[in-house]
Design a protein around this ligand. Sequence first.
Ligand code: COA
Length: 207
Amino acid sequence: MNKDCIIRNETAEDYRAVENLTREAFWNVYRPGCTEHYILHRFRDRPEFVKELDLCLLLNGRIIGHIMFARAEIKADNGNILPVMTFGPISIHPEFQRRGYGKILLDHALKKAAEMGAGAVCIEGNMAFYGKCGFDIASKSGIHYYAEPRENIVPYFLLKQLRTGFLDGITGVYKPPAGYFADEDEAEEFDKLFPPKVKLKLPGQLV
Ligand SMILES: CC(C)(COP(=O)(O)OP(=O)(O)OC[C@H]1O[C@@H](n2cnc3c(N)ncnc32)[C@H](O)[C@@H]1OP(=O)(O)O)[C@@H](O)C(=O)NCCC(=O)NCCS
């Protein structure tokens, strides 16, 4: 880890600052505004939330990064349910992006997840970043995204095996835990607790 930053667990005193950081990082990136700060807010009380992997990255005492993990499942074609993990939101404050902190935080969290016994981690995201942390397109390993036809190579649905052999001989389907599906109106209400920000429709957004 870089000597100038530390990573520690989030505490209740950090909650609002971390939600604001999440909002700053995601605002207008994937859609006008964002809902990730609301998703994080609700997740902390959910059973899938992994408390040990609710981590903040601090630089000179200031929280500039955060990641949370959730327990998830792959429904294997052989009828078994395989416990896996997923993560997100992961946020680095816009002023500190592209300086290596996101990779430091994710690598650290993945190492801890492996120590906790997680066999694999699934994520929807960009290979340009997650590929640097060892993720690859999940459909190459026979793990498919619930919302896409199986025959598709889904470039945004990624997987990293943490335990050798965990997915040997397994094919199946992954669906994100329910906590990732936010009610838009509730998210909109929650956003009013934060300083006003302008929603913009920008090129490259997904929605
Ligand atoms: C995505 C995010 C967590 C990455 O953290 P970061 O500190 O900015 O990324 P790093 O500096 O550690 O990136 C490491 C490498 O990943 C790649 N990478 C990171 N962000 C990238 C991006 N937006 N586009 C393309 N490649 C990217 C680059 O190769 C980078 O190395 P380089 O800067 O030397 O080229 C951060 O940019 C962020 O908070 N973004 C907004 C919220 C978000 O999109 N979260 C992820 C949702 S899936």
